[in-house]
Design a protein around this ligand. Structure first.
Ligand code: SAH
Length: 368
């Protein structure tokens, strides 16, 4: 296996470099480049060209390699398809916004949760990502942002309005982070320590693994927690999210509110709006009728939370449809009439398959 220098300790890196007949300080220079997310050795301009070429033949910089980069027509969203050392592929999305630059990272290759509307889980779980593999996704996004600012060939040659580095992280890519809790916590601590990203700017989204939320309660860092709720009753939730057979809706909410109130934070509730075509070809709402809004409002009444409404992103393999804009607004208005804070999640990067797991799935199909 090609050595991945990012995974080496400082001592290992120093041995590796001195064994190549190089002075020790080169290891320090290389470490600085690795910490900045250098995608390959050619960019390490303070190393002699011969060393860069030699390294390129025998080693790799980061634990992931970008195999595809897609730019959305909104000009602010970049999606990366990345390959790991064992050929597994994952996705990561960089979103440039007026409040900062946000990166959506994957925590697993594939997913075992089996949610009926999602593309990520269609090929099952392949494996957990290591802390380094999750962290390197942020470094790659950071490298891209710095390139925006310096590379005149870039689509955004002068950088963005906010002109900064990665400021926010959402753990909402492929995978269930609370099935890989140790590595995900390791990742969050490192992002906070090494990149200075505040706890409050990091959001972990879970389908509702109560035992995992309990671990977060013990860990006691004030990150944002998002719960993928998607239905207001156990009956409906179990139909679309198999995890609900293990952890019931009320216990998920109780534990999640326990976490968020511990840190005086607002709990984020993710709610996908799903419709489906019935036998006569008409669109019917699955989880977003007026009655569903009333039930959801009852569940959340008086709680400190924000409901993010997410019109379903089409996944060809899945038997759902997106509700009309009118239906979305009716659902939102009904929640608001009950005093529930809600917003409609702006769909970003739809044209580049930014919904969970779409790009990875397409790539796996092309390979087959
Ligand atoms: N496993 C975690 C995080 C990954 S999924 C979780 O369940 O929260 C991130 C979010 O995208 C979840 O809310 C998930 O339900 C949602 N999602 C999955 N497929 C989607 C689709 N096709 N359209 C819109 N949202 C989707």
């Amino acid at each position: 296996m090609t050595p991945i220098l990012f995974n080496f300790t400082d001592a290992e890196l120093s041995d590796f470099i001195t064994e190549m007949g190089q002075p020790k300080f080169r290891a320090k220079q290389i470490r600085e480049w690795l910490n900045r997310g250098a995608p390959d050795f050619s960019v390490m301009k303070n190393l002699p060209e011969k060393l860069r070429n030699d390294l390129d033949k025998i080693a790799q910089t980061l634990p992931l390699r970008v195999v595809k980069k897609l730019e959305s027509s909104d000009d602010q969203t970049t999606k990366f398809l990345m390959e790991l050392y064992d050929g597994e592929q994952i996705e990561c999305v960089l979103m440039r916004t007026s409040y900062g630059n946000s990166v959506c990272v994957s925590s697993q290759a594939g997913c075992a949760m089996g949610c009926k509307f999602c593309a990520s889980t269609l090929l099952g779980l392949r494996r957990n990502l290591t802390t380094n593999e999750i962290f390197a996704q942020v470094l790659i996004a950071q490298w891209e942002l710095r390139r925006d600012r310096t590379d005149t060939q870039s689509v955004r040659p002068n950088g963005d309005a906010n002109n900064g580095d990665v400021s926010h992280i959402v753990i909402m890519g492929t995978g269930e982070p609370l099935q890989n809790t140790e590595n995900v916590i390791g990742f969050i601590e490192r992002a906070n320590r090494d990149l200075g990203i505040g706890w409050r700017r990091i959001t972990l989204s879970t389908c509702g693994i109560v035992d995992g939320i309990r671990e977060l309660i013990k860990w006691a860092r004030p990150i944002n927690l998002a719960i993928s709720l998607h239905a207001p009753t156990d009956e409906l939730r179990s139909q679309i999210m198999p995890i609900n057979n293990k952890y019931k809706l009320q216990s998920v909410l109780d534990t999640a509110f326990e976490f968020s109130s511990l840190h005086n934070r607002q709990l984020m509730i993710e709610y996908i709006l799903l419709a489906r075509r019935n036998a006569s070809g008409d669109i019917e709402l699955v989880n977003c009728t007026t009655e569903h809004a009333d039930l959801l409002a009852k569940l959340l009444n008086g709680k400190n939370c924000m409901v993010n409404l997410i019109p379903w992103n089409t996944v060809d393999e899945r038997n759902f449809a997106a509700p009309s804009g009118n239906a979305v607004h009716r659902f939102q208005d009904r929640l608001i009439s009950h005093g529930i804070h809600t917003r409609i999640r702006r769909e970003r990067g739809n044209d580049i398959g930014s919904a969970c797991g779409q790009l990875r799935l397409k790539s796996a199909k092309n390979k087959a």
